[in-house]
Write a protein that binds this ligand. Sequence first.
Ligand SMILES: CC(C)(COP(=O)(O)OP(=O)(O)OC[C@H]1O[C@@H](n2cnc3c(N)ncnc32)[C@H](O)[C@@H]1OP(=O)(O)O)[C@@H](O)C(=O)NCCC(=O)NCCS
Length: 167
Amino acid sequence: MNDHNPSLRPRPVSDSKSEMTEIVLPNDANPLNALVGGRLMHWIDLAAAMAAHRHSRHYVVTASVDHLDFLVPVRVGDIVILRSSVNRVFHTSMEVGVKVWVENYHTETSHHVSSAYLTFVAVDGTGSRRLPVAPVIPETDDEKRRYEGALRRRELRRSETARRKKV
Ligand SMILES: CC(C)(COP(=O)(O)OP(=O)(O)OC[C@H]1O[C@@H](n2cnc3c(N)ncnc32)[C@H](O)[C@@H]1OP(=O)(O)O)[C@@H](O)C(=O)NCCC(=O)NCCS
């Protein structure tokens, strides 16, 4: 169907899966030696962009980031692991999920720090023209659940945007 345009050939979610690992240094922390939220938000954006690039094979821009919770503090010296993948493609946009974990190698513990949904839009090299993105194929049960959830979240985002425009 899209043989003439390989970038629009459907791809499995696994093609977009990305993992990013960071160690928390003093420059990433507040006076309490805990990772500052803004640094984590930056890493989340980068980890998500990797998945969006891998899937779309295009330049992408962040259109939105949904609600973010920081569930546990992350300390200097901890290792932060961010895992991302494309949940669903709409037309020129795609939802990417990122799950963040912290590992403490002294205590050999690992905790869930945050989860985030981001929407990216594919653009051309000038950044001015939006480009269609290949569909994503969910294969595992988790991927199928996220794929279904992504449509509901898109509707919520749209109704929230419409509500804000009225205010
Ligand atoms: C994101 C951006 C490209 C959308 O442009 P736009 O003219 O509003 O685009 P449209 O209304 O035609 O929508 C294009 C797609 O983006 C999606 N979109 C637009 N705004 C969105 C938002 N706030 N949240 C989620 N998706 C959004 C639309 O649903 C549509 O998706 P689809 O093609 O898959 O159906 C544009 O607002 C932009 O360039 N923003 C700046 C991006 C940037 O600089 N990011 C870095 C942050 S500092």
